[in-house]
Design a protein around this ligand. Structure first.
Ligand code: ATP
Ligand code: MG
Length: 493
């Protein structure tokens, strides 16, 4: 892991002007974990005006003391804007959300003290030699390196106080734990449980951003279980907890809760995008509210759970201020996750109806939700015969059928070149041309087809009709051939 020269040049410039400068926060944590940092942060005792006067291309446009230094020359997106922040002390937090004011400081220690967790409170003095030395000094005032090595998330200072100041830190702890696979230190965890209800004070958008990071991490199941254990679901998405202990029908070995968590974990293992993960988590959220005992079946039923569930999903995502597009797509996937793939019963028109419901742009994502659902049920075979058959039928419905529409000529143009008027003859000519183009696709050019159309138009109707019939036959043969190729692709008949 190298420190990019754009970073060492920036800290170097500050140091040459007589200031201190360190890289700090998440990027230091990531360097020690041998991961590529998501963003780079620099902290310094220079005040914002001093920083801006050192860097020609820089903006200072907020009241948190952050200066954005612009690097036009770099190729690396993450280095185009480098945030340089003056050491600061956070003053009073009277509302558990934001400091009332920001006070700049001359001491690095003050700046590290205000940071949330020990692993996020490390600072590195960057080396400016062109040797392979990564850094000159690491400032570790709170045992962050030890916690990094042991995989532990622990607050800087007293957990109760730190969570009381800013309740978002509670969710950051869960998020970091899910992302890094770290465990939360006992005192920190006890405090989270105690302070859980404070997250009711946080802006929904900020809850949403941390929740997204938990879902997009490699361990969403672990993260949501932890949210449950530490009382946090109650104040964020209580609906998920309704699935706890809700036994399903005989086809299922897990309750609704565990099934949902397993499904989102499968989607994460597959590295699938956010909407698929959310749909995997929420697809059965309506089950607890629709569960009925059937005397006849001697089993539980959940009729309409996909309708109730998609309504609940919409409410949850709207409440957390998810972008409309994300909400709509997730709701759609949850709404249509129930479909029959029984190869003996399914018809192309049923598949066509499904496509109309979810849209061609969402159909493959819906198939992936189905896989997450299936594997999350405990059935290890993710792509069984039925599902593959269903997929091949989708492709069959989606693809353009073989028809005269494929020709680089149409009836109007044929009438133009041949001076014929509209009538069955034009249809015969089109079919005859199609036969030629299917035999030799290179002939499907406007100029060739125009010439051929003119010649064909000279033939009598009967001969033309015969040629046209041959064209139709060829079309049927080609259709069959394409269907076979398609089925072969999915290994189904
Ligand atoms: P990521 O890898 O997602 O960027 P990060 O830890 O860098 O994780 P940022 O939001 O970029 O998260 O924050 C940068 C640093 O600022 C953190 O490492 C931490 O030191 C500090 N920080 C961020 N949010 C808080 C907070 N709510 N309270 C205290 N310190 C915080
Ligand atoms: Mg960061």
């Amino acid at each position: 892991m190298q420190i990019p020269k754009e970073i060492s040049q920036t800290t170097g410039k500050l140091e040459n002007a007589g200031f201190e400068a360190y890289i700090v926060g998440g990027c230091v944590r990531d360097i020690f974990m041998n991961k590529e940092p998501k963003d780079w942060d620099i902290t310094t005792n220079a005040n914002p005006d001093q920083i801006t006067s050192l860097f020609k291309h820089s903006h200072y446009d907020n009241n948190f003391g952050t200066v954005r230094v612009i690097n036009d020359k770099t190729e690396n997106e993450k280095l185009k804007v480098i945030e340089v922040t003056t050491y600061r002390l956070d003053a009073n937090y009277s509302d558990s959300r934001r400091p009332d004011s920001v006070i700049f400081s001359q001491n690095l220690e003050d700046d590290l003290k205000r940071r949330d967790f020990t692993i996020n409170a490390l600072a590195l003095k960057v080396s400016h030699e062109t040797t392979n030395v990564l850094y000159e000094t690491v400032v570790d005032l709170f045992g962050g390196i030890k916690d990094l090595n042991n995989g532990i998330i622990k607050t800087v200072g007293k957990a109760d106080e730190r969570f009381d100041e800013d309740a978002l830190r509670i969710l950051r702890a869960i998020r970091l734990s899910s992302e890094l696979g770290f465990i939360i230190n006992t005192e920190t965890e006890r405090s989270i449980k105690k302070m859980a209800q404070k997250i009711g004070l946080i802006a929904k958008e900020r809850i949403r951003d941390e929740f997204i990071k938990i879902i997009m991490s490699d361990r969403p199941m672990f993260g949501i279980e932890m949210m449950n254990r530490l009382n946090l679901l109650k104040y964020t998405i209580p609906e998920i907890e309704e699935g706890l202990g809700i036994k399903q029908n005989q086809a299922h070995s897990y309750d609704v809760w565990e099934h949902s968590l397993r499904a989102v974990q499968v989607a994460s293992n597959k590295k699938w995008p956010l909407e698929i993960r959310l749909a995997a988590l929420f697809h059965d959220i309506g089950k607890p509210r629709t569960r009925r005992w059937s005397e006849e079946k001697e089993d539980w039923t959940f009729y309409g759970h996909e309708v109730i569930g998609s309504q609940m999903t919409e409410k949850i995502l709207r409440n957390l201020k998810f972008p409309t597009k994300t909400t709509e797509k997730t709701v759609l996937l949850a709404r249509w996750h129930m479909f029959f793939t029984d190869t003996d019963q399914i018809t192309l028109s049923a598949v066509r109806r499904m496509l109309r419901n979810v849209g061609t742009e969402n159909i493959w994502d819906l198939m992936n939700v189905r896989i997450a659902d299936r594997v999350g049920t405990g059935r290890p075979k993710e792509d069984p015969y039925r599902l593959r058959k269903y997929k091949s039928m989708i492709e069959e419905v989606i693809r353009d059928p073989i028809s005269v529409k494929m020709l680089k000529i149409d009836g109007n143009k044929i009438m133009d070149v041949s001076q014929e008027t509209a009538g069955p003859k034009i249809g015969y000519i089109l079919n005859a041309l199609l036969e030629e183009a299917l035999n030799d696709p290179k002939k499907n050019t406007e100029s060739y087809l125009k010439k051929r159309a003119l010649k064909l138009s000279k033939l009598d109707n009967e001969t033309l009709q015969g040629l046209g019939e041959k064209g139709k036959e060829k079309m049927g043969v080609e259709e069959e051939r394409e269907k076979k190729i398609l089925r072969g692709k999915y290994g189904v008949k």
